[in-house]
Design a protein around this ligand. Sequence first.
Ligand code: GAR
Length: 203
Amino acid sequence: MKNIVILISGGGSNMAAILRAAEREDWAGGLGVRVAAVLSNRADAGGLAIAQAHGVPTQVLDHKGFGTREAFDAELARRIDAHTPALVVLAGFMRILGADFVQRYAGRLLNIHPSLLPAFPGLHTHERALAAGCRFAGATVHQVTSELDIGPILAQAVVPILPGDTAQALAARVLTQEHLIYPRAVRGFFESATDQTVLTTSA
Ligand code: GAR
C-alpha cells in the first residue's frame, strides 16, 4: 500500500475532500493508495476531528515548541517518515517549510494555493485579486519547490469574479473548486494523469 500523509493547520476542508474521494473511488482497492496519517501544527485545527471520523490517525506537532524552523521541520519529517509516504500533501498547512524539508520530499510534495499561480503567491490572495481588478480568480495545485508558492503546476481551477464580490465570497467560490481539483490531482499523481484543469464559469 502506498501511503499519503496530509499536513493541515485549520479547517481541513481540502483534506476532507481528499478523504471523501479516497473512500468514494476506493483508492485503496483500485490504486493501492491510502491516507495513512494527518498531521497538524495546531491543536485546535478543526480538520483533526474530521480525519479521526474517517478513521485516519492524527498527530499534533506545535511549531511554537521549537526554537528554530529547522528543528520543527526535522521533527515533522521524522513523524512523516514513520509512515514511509509516497506523497506528502499540504492542505491549508500554513507554515513555510525550509529547503532541507522540501528537498527531502522533492517530487512527492504537493500544495494547493488559492490563486492562479504565478499570480498572487503568499497571503491575502483574494483581497489582492479584487484590488487588482482581476476578472477571474482560482486555485492551483503544484509541486512544492524551495521558492514559496512556485513549482510545477499540476491542476488549476478558474472562477469568475462577480460584481460586488467580497474576499469572503470569492474565497468560498474558489474553495468549492479546490475541493474538486485537489483530490483529482492527488489521484492523478498516482495515475500519472496530466490533464487536471477545471474551468468553471458559473458562480
Ligand atoms: C485553502 O483555501 C487553501 O488553498 C489555503 O488555505 C485554505 C485551507 O482551507 N492555503 C493556503 O493559503 C496556502 N498558502 P482548508 O483547511 O479548509 O482546506
